[in-house]
Design a protein around this ligand. Structure first.
Ligand code: NOJ
Ligand code: NOJ
Length: 460
């Protein structure tokens, strides 16, 4: 039985079991089911029949929207999950995942050498591997940085055949050289709307430079490694500039050159892309750390904003504190609804914050993180919380904080569960009033974001 048939078989068993236990089953059982569905449907969108090998379509949807393209951003985030599947797979299945990965790398190698208007700043490719030429928001500079990180993750676990390693290292070096040259330049944001400097783009560039420096140091290429380190030190200073002291959160963009025509659009500069920046920047350090009080302040501000933005968040049954999350509250794209990737991102964020606080032995309460911390503590303890106090993770309060954080992570996943399709399908968005899936169906990145979040889920 091949991998696909095996996955399908397991899903069928789960569906019949789920019918028996119906809605009674625990979050843990659902996570197992949703993982199988996510893996299966995500893999279907990699190297589909009519595409060249290595292509990752954003979604099979051919219209409203037409997403049968290979975005460098989406595909890199998806292949990052394939790296972890490859790492964790039993030996007899490893080769299937390795094939997806090597095809992706060979295709990237070709894409890097074929001409396009913006070089590696081209955001998307047709399914035949050729750069897109339709009018689009270009350049976008996050893609090569994301791909570089995925390649490093792969190279750190793959110790096999030398030709594969060499090709991956070549592609990686080219991506990093591109990041070195372009991180200071304005580009379109990950949502393909605004041109300027973006916290998201610069976060993933920073993480790529850092990880690249470490990788090439181990490879013995000290010159390149030092160059990467020098630039990442400079970039770190830039990242700190996104903190907006007067608003009390990290702003999404700076120095905008292209804004949409409507005058007040995105004026608040409050965008979930900041959270994605921390997650895809691997919580590197400084403003990106999962215990940085400015990041926690931003997460709190985003939750508050979305809490009142959508009707489905007004539902009184959602006493868990978690709410459906979209891109930004004045979004209008396909109705400007909550998205699965951004709601799953919040689950991952809470898990990773808990992990970091535990690792550090606690957290100091500040005026910036006070609101965030209060919201996860039982109300009596929350009322007494004071700025300046240190919560030790070994204390009773610390234990309450840690379980509060992981419960809230679970609550965000429960929202994904509630609004997923009946067979576990994840589209791009779910309707803000009716809660039903909308826009592109089977969004590959939605499945990857779920798999990414549950990598940090701890069984109770
Ligand atoms: C506007 C959307 O907000 C953006 O995310 C999308 O990629 C472009 N339009 C192209 O459809
Ligand atoms: C629109 C999103 O804004 C963008 O980030 C994504 O790359 C494309 N859809 C494809 O999924």
């Amino acid at each position: 039985m091949n991998l696909r048939t095996w996955n399908l078989f397991l899903i069928l068993i789960f569906i019949s079991l789920a019918n028996i236990v119906e809605a009674q089953d625990s979050l843990g059982t659902w996570i197992q089911f949703q993982s199988l569905v996510s893996k299966e449907r995500m893999l279907r969108n990699i190297s589909p029949a009519d595409a060249v090998p290595g292509i990752v379509i954003a979604s099979p949807s051919r219209q409203s929207p037409d997403y049968r393209y290979h975005w460098t951003r989406d595909s890199s985030l998806v292949m990052d999950q394939v790296v972890w599947l490859f790492r964790d797979a039993p030996d007899n299945i490893k080769s299937t995942y390795l094939k997806y990965l090597t095809d992706f790398i060979s295709l990237a190698n070709i894409q890097q050498q074929t001409p396009s208007a913006e070089g590696l700043g081209e955001p998307r490719y047709l399914v035949n591997g050729i750069a897109d030429t339709t009018p689009w928001a270009r350049p976008q500079y996050d893609g090569p940085a994301l791909r570089a990180q995925t390649l490093i993750h792969f190279l750190n676990i793959f110790k096999g055949e030398n030709t594969i390693r060499l090709q991956a290292i070549n592609v990686l070096r080219t991506d990093l050289q591109f990041v070195l040259l372009n991180w200071k330049s304005p580009c379109f944001d990950l949502w393909e709307e605004l041109k300027g400097l973006h916290f998201y783009t610069q976060s993933v560039q920073y993480a790529a430079l850092n990880a690249g420096a470490e990788f090439f140091k181990n490879e013995g290429d000290l010159l390149f490694s030092e160059q990467l380190t020098r630039e990442s030190t400079e970039l770190k200073i830039e990242l700190e500039k996104y903190w907006d002291e007067s608003r009390g959160y990290i702003g999404a963009s700076r120095n905008l050159e292209v804004r949409p025509s409507s005058p007040h659009y995105k004026e608040a500069n409050l965008d979930v892309s900041v959270i994605l920046g921390a997650l895809h920047g691997q919580g590197s350090n400084g403003i990106l750390s999962f215990n940085d009080d400015r990041l926690l302040a931003t997460a709190h501000a985003i939750e508050m904003a979305f809490g009142s933005a959508y009707r489905i968040n007004q539902d009184s049954s959602s006493s868990s504190g978690a709410v459906a999350i979209g891109r930004f509250t004045d979004d209008v794209y396909y109705g400007g609804n909550p998205w699965y990737i951004t709601t799953a991102a919040f689950a991952e964020l809470y898990y990773r914050i808990a992990e970091t606080i535990k690792l550090e032995g606690g957290i100091v309460v500040t005026k910036n993180n006070l609101g965030f911390l209060k919201a996860v503590l039982p109300s009596l303890d929350a009322q007494n919380l004071k700025s300046g106090e240190k919560i030790l993770s070994s204390s009773v309060l610390g234990q309450q904080l840690l379980s509060g954080l992981s419960n809230k992570g679970d609550a965000f996943l429960a929202i994904v569960r509630k609004y997923a399709g009946s067979q576990g399908e994840l589209a791009e968005q779910f309707d803000r009033d009716a809660g039903v899936p909308v826009s592109a169906y089977d969004l590959t990145w939605s499945y990857a974001s779920f798999l990414s979040a549950i990598n940090f889920y701890k069984l109770p």
